[in-house]
Write a protein that binds this ligand. Structure first.
Ligand SMILES: NC(=O)c1ccc[n+]([C@@H]2O[C@H](COP(=O)([O-])OP(=O)(O)OC[C@H]3O[C@@H](n4cnc5c(N)ncnc54)[C@H](OP(=O)(O)O)[C@@H]3O)[C@@H](O)[C@H]2O)c1
Length: 249
């Protein structure tokens, strides 16, 4: 691993090889954690090399894997979507509280996400979840209901902050969760590894899917830092939560 700094808005940036080892976060908003998303994509934006809901294995290289683990050590809690959880083993530092969301309740309760940390795995589900499905989840995790038929992510984040003292939250996707967080103005930073690969394939997801912003509007982002290891790039962006609307033609 030989990381090189290309740009860093922090004048006190330290050893590039220690990238993301010791991040000082801004004070979180009062009603939710400070939220940072970490994703890896190919140059053409694809986040998987296999099936659209399969594992993300192989997108980022060995340095991306190191940075991915470092970013897991910079938070008080981690959030991942139900489909990402079904795609592969999700392994966090054992002490880390971890959160997922579901409405199907079809979660792999034998995933290390649950089995590594009994008592620190939380499932957010809507109030509509049937009692028998709730009981099943409760064999492996703490169940928290927010929202009627869909989990209200803003409420889920509030609960994390107020009841579980989560001040910084890492979201590791997938793009369905990311999209809801972006559209609700709940993302503060995005860490993006750009892997030197072209994948193609209209069916393969990008880092943010779903409905997206309204036609002509988008969330602007600001580059915080840019590092590289060989041909792989490591971007860190701040998110401006007020979407921009293009003027009518
Ligand atoms: N390259 C990368 O950095 C990276 C990172 C993460 C993921 N990925 C890939 O992304 C793919 C999965 O992404 P995805 O967008 O399909 O799925 P996802 O965001 O991981 O999960 C979506 C699922 O989460 C649950 N969910 C989301 N919002 C909900 C809400 N408001 N209320 C209740 N439940 C909610 C639902 O689960 P139920 O279906 O259980 O109801 C939904 O089907 C996988 O292939 C994964 O490997 C890649």
């Amino acid at each position: 691993m030989k990381i090189e700094r290309l740009f860093d808005s922090d004048n006190h940036a330290t050893d590039p090889d220690a990238l993301y080892s010791d991040i000082t976060w801004p004070e979180p908003p009062s009603d939710r954690p400070y939220v940072y998303i970490n994703m890896a994509s190919t140059v053409d934006g694809k986040i998987v090399l296999g099936s659209p809901t399969g594992p993300a294995k192989g997108v980022g290289g060995p340095t991306d894997q190191i940075l991915f683990r470092r970013l897991q050590r910079q938070c008080d809690g981690a959030l991942v979507g139900g489909t990402t959880l079904r795609a592969s083993q999700v392994i966090y530092p054992p002490e880390l509280p971890r959160f997922t969301v579901t409405h199907s309740s079809n979660l792999p309760l034998d995933n290390r996400f649950f089995t590594d940390a009994p008592g620190r795995a939380f499932v957010f589900a809507p109030e509509s979840l049937a009692a028998d499905k709730a009981l099943k989840i409760e064999t492996a995790a703490k169940l928290i209901r927010v929202g009627k038929t869909e989990v209200d992510l803003a409420e889920a984040l509030k609960t994390m902050r107020r009841e579980l003292s989560i001040r910084t939250l890492l979201c590791e996707g997938g793009p369905t969760i990311n999209e809801q967080l972006f559209r609700a103005g709940l993302v503060d930073e995005l860490f993006l590894t750009l892997a030197p690969k072209i994948k193609g394939g209209a069916a393969l997801p990008t880092i943010v899917t779903g409905e997206g912003f309204a036609p002509g509007s988008y969330a602007p982002v600001k580059l915080i830092s840019l590092y590289r290891d060989g041909d792989e790039l490591y971007l860190r962006y701040g998110i401006n939560q007020a979407p921009v609307q293009l003027p009518p033609p």
